[in-house]
Design a protein around this ligand. Structure first.
Ligand code: PLP
Length: 388
């Protein structure tokens, strides 16, 4: 591949920033309010309308901030256990750990990479208070299965939707099935605000508590103060607000969400088809009509290789100009912090381990075309042949 005269460069992720975003930022900078103002509020209203079904949405400074607020305001703390996926971004688990609760890792389903709902109930103890799920790469979890266990044992459900903007389960936007949800607007996600996140819930009382907690716990907003500067603080809070500069970018991104999802779906379908005839690989994808996914990336599992073999394949793809990633590079219980603290037997997580060690995430973002997808598939097939 390296002797090609020109190597086509395909980035794994690339924010799609247009003149509209640049103008929006300048508009905020020339106005009077830089943070927690009309842009942040409009972004919340527009995101809630996009989700539908009575969503309450609150802008925050990151997805991690939203996760922290969710566990905190749902009252999860020391002595509590929370069932979490072994295969996820570390933030999903850090939020539980940060509250002083104990994460109980659950292996994932082999086909979708999502938490294996059949494993949940045997792990429930009198201390279990919540289930944290992640919609893996934008593929919705089996929320019927999750909610059945949650309702039976009176557990809260927190949905990590960081890669799931636009994903639906049985027609409902993910995040509105459990008690609380979070989104991330980090640059490579579906839409970006630079850094940023959204807390979402179908419970108005929880939304009201989170709204106070994210802004120092003060009892009235700037607009609600009869005497400027006068407020009281009835509860503990923190500063996790999103600035109006960031929110103005997010609003312009959200205007293009249908186009973004269409391009991602088209790219995913084209790439999956292109990889179709290649032996020894498995594409991680939704496997039931209830799941409408959001096509964050296309993860391919290489059968019969170890992590070294997978990494060699990554090197060949990268040398061929194809940007890749790994979702996720380690099952969370194998990360040094969690391994040192909990020392879990990794034999409990064979499917999470398989995805971490044997998968490659290929790009399907809106910066790419179907022709790029055919190029990725051809490069992939050639690299795999060369590795045997
Ligand atoms: C990116 C991501 C997060 C963290 O979001 P930040 O906005 O970067 O804090 C959490 N969970 C998942 C699944 C993610 O992909």
């Amino acid at each position: 591949m390296t002797d090609n005269a020109e190597i086509r460069k395909i980035a794994f992720g690339k924010p799609w920033i247009t003149a509209a975003e640049r103008e929006a930022v300048l508009g905020v900078l020339t106005g009077d309010v830089l943070t927690h103002g009309p842009q942040a509020h409009a972004f919340e209203t527009e995101f809630a309308a996009f989700m539908g079904d009575g969503a309450h949405c609150l802008t925050v400074s990151s997805g991690m901030a939203a996760l922290h607020l969710a566990y905190w305001q749902l009252g999860i703390g020391p002595g509590d256990e929370v069932l979490v996926p072994a295969q996820t971004h570390v933030a999903t688990v850090h939020a539980v750990e940060y509250m002083g609760a104990t994460p109980v890792f659950v292996d994932c389903d082999r086909a979708t990479g999502n938490i294996d709902v059949a494993l949940l109930e045997p792990l429930v103890t009198p201390r279990t208070k919540a289930i944290g799920v992640v919609h893996f790469n934008g593929i919705p979890c089996d929320m019927d299965g999750v909610m059945r266990v949650a309702q039976k044992h009176d557990l809260k459900v927190i949905e990590d939707c960081a890669l799931a903007v636009g994903a639906r389960f049985n027609g409902r936007h993910v995040g509105l099935i459990g008690d609380a949800a979070i989104f991330s607007f980090y640059p490579v996600k579906h839409i970006t605000t630079g850094d940023g996140g959204m807390f979402a819930t179908r419970h108005p009382d929880l939304a009201a508590r989170v709204a106070k907690a994210r802004a120092f716990g003060v009892d009235r907003s700037f607009a609600e103060r009869a005497v400027p500067g006068m407020y009281d603080v009835p509860t503990l809070g923190i500063n996790y607000r999103m600035s109006d500069i960031n929110a103005s970018i997010g609003r312009k991104q959200l205007e293009r969400i249908s186009e973004i999802l269409q391009r991602r779906q088209r790219n995913f379908d084209t790439l999956k088809e292109g990889l179709g005839g290649i032996p020894g690989i498995t594409v991680i994808d939704a496997n039931s009509p209830a799941q409408r996914q959001s096509w964050y990336c296309l993860s391919v599992v290489l059968e019969n290789v170890n992590a070294d073999g997978r990494n060699a394949m990554v090197s060949r793809l990268n040398a061929g100009g194809i940007g890749t990633s790994i979702y996720y590079p380690q099952p969370v219980p194998r990360l040094t912090y969690y391994r040192n603290k909990y020392g879990r037997d990794m034999a409990l997580y064979p499917n999470a381990t398989r995805i971490s060690d044997q998968s490659i995430a290929l790009p399907v973002g809106p910066h790419l075309t179907p022709d790029d997808m055919r190029h990725i598939a051809a490069t992939f097939a050639q690299a795999l042949r060369e590795s045997h």
